[in-house]
Design a protein around this ligand. Structure first.
Ligand SMILES: [Zn+2]
Length: 181
C-alpha cells in the first residue's frame, strides 16, 4: 500500500455504519472488511470487533467535526488517535515490488488498522486540506468521502444520494427559481 491509500482505511471502516445500516455486526463482517489490506491479516475475536466498532466512531467523529465547521475539534480527535496508535514503519519488498514503506507492521489487527487509518488521514489532510473530509448530506446515508472536486462543492457521496435529495426537496421548491437551467 502506498502512504496515501492508507486514508481509504478510514473511509471504508466509517462507511460500514450508517443510520440505516450497520454492516459491522459480526466477525465474518469484520473479516470481510479486513481483506482490503494485505497487512491486516491475523486472527480476530470478539474483542477486536468491539475495538473496530469503537474506532469507527472515533474516525466518524473527525469527519462530523469538519462537517460541523469545527476544524480544531477534528484535529484534536485525529491527534489523539495518532498518539493512541503509533505507527511501526518497516521497509518491505514483496511480490516483486520495489522496496516500499509499510507503516503498521506490529500490534493487534485493530491497532494496525487504527494506526494506518490515522496516519493516512494525517497525510491526506496535510497534502489536500482538512476541508476535503466530507459527510454525505443525505440524512439516511451520512457516508463519508474525500471531496476532491476542484471547488470542494460535492455534498453527496454518490449521484444516487444527490438524486434522492433533489427529489425530496422538489415539492417545496418553485420550478421558476431558475436553478439548474
Ligand atoms: Zn450518500
Amino acid at each position: 500500500m502506498d502512504l496515501a491509500s492508507y486514508a481509504d482505511l478510514a473511509i471504508q471502516l466509517v462507511n460500514t455504519g450508517t443510520p440505516e445500516d450497520d454492516r459491522l455486526h459480526d466477525l465474518d463482517a469484520l473479516r470481510d472488511l479486513l481483506t482490503i489490506g494485505p497487512h491486516l491479516s491475523g486472527r480476530v475475536g470478539r474483542q477486536d470487533l468491539d475495538a473496530m466498532r469503537e474506532l469507527r466512531e472515533d474516525l466518524r467523529g473527525i469527519f462530523e467535526s469538519v462537517a460541523a465547521g469545527d476544524e480544531a475539534d477534528a484535529v484534536e480527535r485525529l491527534n489523539s488517535l495518532l498518539i493512541q496508535h503509533p505507527i511501526h514503519p518497516q521497509i518491505s519488498g514483496h511480490d516483486g515490488q520495489r522496496w516500499h514503506l509499510h507503516i503498521t507492521e506490529s500490534g493487534s489487527v485493530p491497532d494496525r488498522y487504527a494506526a494506518g487509518a490515522a496516519m493516512g488521514l494525517a497525510v491526506f489532510i496535510s497534502a489536500d486540506g482538512l476541508e476535503r473530509l466530507a459527510v454525505c448530506e443525505a440524512e439516511s446515508c451520512r457516508k463519508v468521502f474525500f471531496d476532491t472536486s476542484s471547488n470542494r462543492s460535492r455534498r453527496h457521496c454518490s449521484d444516487h444520494c444527490a438524486g434522492r435529495t433533489d427529489a425530496a426537496a422538489q415539492p417545496g421548491r418553485s420550478r421558476t427559481d431558475g436553478r439548474g437551467q
